[in-house]
Design a protein around this ligand. Structure first.
Ligand SMILES: Cc1cc2nc3c(=O)[nH]c(=O)nc-3n(C[C@H](O)[C@H](O)[C@H](O)COP(=O)(O)OP(=O)(O)OC[C@H]3O[C@@H](n4cnc5c(N)ncnc54)[C@H](O)[C@@H]3O)c2cc1C
Length: 351
């Protein structure tokens, strides 16, 4: 039987699984998608790739800076730009800023970081877990949508809190109220993301990324092609504001919604050609960013066998908190199992 089943192969689940696997536990990671990385997502488009989820990694704390340094040594990350830009509400002035922490990217797409973290892991794809029960021997019994079954002595749930609520409803009798209250308290902002490619003949802007402050439609725009080593054509990624995404999330005319985002970006930035791309794709994120994260770095249940939730919504709202939460969840599981030595951020050395 597997020691630990990790549900979710996003950054939190992968980092957690690395900690426990490298400490010698038998770990199985299960994800509903065919790839890994969750919201650290890169789409192959025509002859290029676009990061339509996480745009860059900006380490704020020492632990993550240490982890980033190790990833740079391994050739997985590099600095994207020394200058980011902002536009205030109702303004068209693009203000440059030197960021307090630098944005790091993977030139082959952000998803490469997640793939790098899969080395040595057992990962089962295309299996959405939709029920968890505890059997009479206190073993966790996981069932997927296609009726695949998995047994494990402990479980890590590394998915957005609202999805964890749905998954854990059948276990309500075993879980105490404070656990559910915490889980229910976490809300997420949605986002709608546009990827658009343009002709090489256009005059490209000098900026690489702009954050739109308090804009009712736009959240962020990045010249995504500037992350690639040999870009074939300029392409942009634009994230909508949360309010806009909320309003249009269920729209059946997603291309029109994307066009509306492009037109707004074109007029705000005074780049009229932005509204006439050669190609455009639109993606919806129902759970993009935690709006009300919990304070702790993991959420453990008081169950007869260990069960812990982790993810970016535990202690923050970005990749950094997802990874730190994955490490913290692994420490919790280890404390409940055999108290082995865990690698911490040095897990990168073994990859
Ligand atoms: C548009 C956008 C832009 C962003 N930009 C940045 C940025 O620039 N910098 C930054 O640091 N962060 C950014 N983020 C946030 C960052 O992507 C997340 O904080 C981080 O990736 C969260 O990782 P996670 O492991 O907690 O969750 P996720 O990445 O959501 O991973 C959860 C995984 O669980 C799987 N799953 C869910 N339910 C089940 C189930 N029932 N059974 C099996 N598998 C399941 C999913 O398929 C997924 O792979 C951005 C996010 C979005 C959406």
């Amino acid at each position: 039987m597997t020691n630990v089943a990790v549900i979710g192969a996003g950054m939190a689940g992968l980092v957690c699984a690395q900690q426990l696997t490298q400490a010698g536990y038998s770990v199985r990671v299960i994800d509903k998608s065919r790839g890994v990385g969750g919201r650290v997502a890169t789409r192959r488009l025509f002859e290029t790739k676009a990061d339509h989820g996480a745009c860059y990694l900006k380490p704020k704390g020492e632990v993550l800076q240490g982890l980033v340094n190790l990833l740079i040594e391994k050739g997985e990350l590099e600095v994207w730009t020394n200058t980011v830009h902002e536009i205030e509400a109702n303004s068209s002035s693009i203000i440059p800023h030197i960021p307090s922490s630098l944005p790091y990217i993977a030139t082959s797409g952000m998803n490469a970081i997640a793939k790098f973290f899969t080395q040595g892991l057992e990962i089962i794809h295309n299996q959405r877990i939709n029920s968890i029960t505890l059997n009479s021997q206190n073993q966790w019994f996981l069932t997927s949508e296609t009726n695949e079954e998995f047994t494990a002595s402990s479980v890590v749930i590394a998915i957005p809190a609202p999805q964890a609520v749905m998954l854990l409803e059948t276990l309500a009798e075993l879980l105490n109220n404070s656990f559910f209250d915490e889980l229910f308290s976490v809300e997420f902002y949605p986002a709608i993301t546009v990827m658009a490619g343009y002709s090489n003949s256009l005059q490209q802007p000098e900026w690489k990324a702009i954050t739109f402050k308090d804009n009712s439609i736009l959240g962020w725009i990045g010249l995504d092609s500037s992350k690639r080593k040999n870009p074939t054509q300029p392409h942009f990624v634009i994230h909508s504001s949360a309010d806009f995404a909320q309003h249009y999330f269920e729209s059946e005319e997603l291309q029109q919604v994307g066009q509306q985002i492009l037109e707004n970006a074109a007029s705000t930035l005074n780049l009229q050609w932005l509204k006439n791309p050669q190609w455009m794709q639109v993606h919806r994120w129902r759970y993009a960013f935690p709006k009300t994260p919990i304070k702790q770095s993991y959420l453990a249940a008081e169950t007869p066998s260990p069960l812990v939730c982790c993810g970016d919504w535990c202690g923050g709202n970005l990749m950094e908190s997802a990874m730190l939460s994955g490490i913290a969840a692994a420490e919790y599981i280890n404390s409940q199992l055999e108290q082995r030595e865990l690698p911490g951020i040095d897990f990168i050395d073994a990859l």
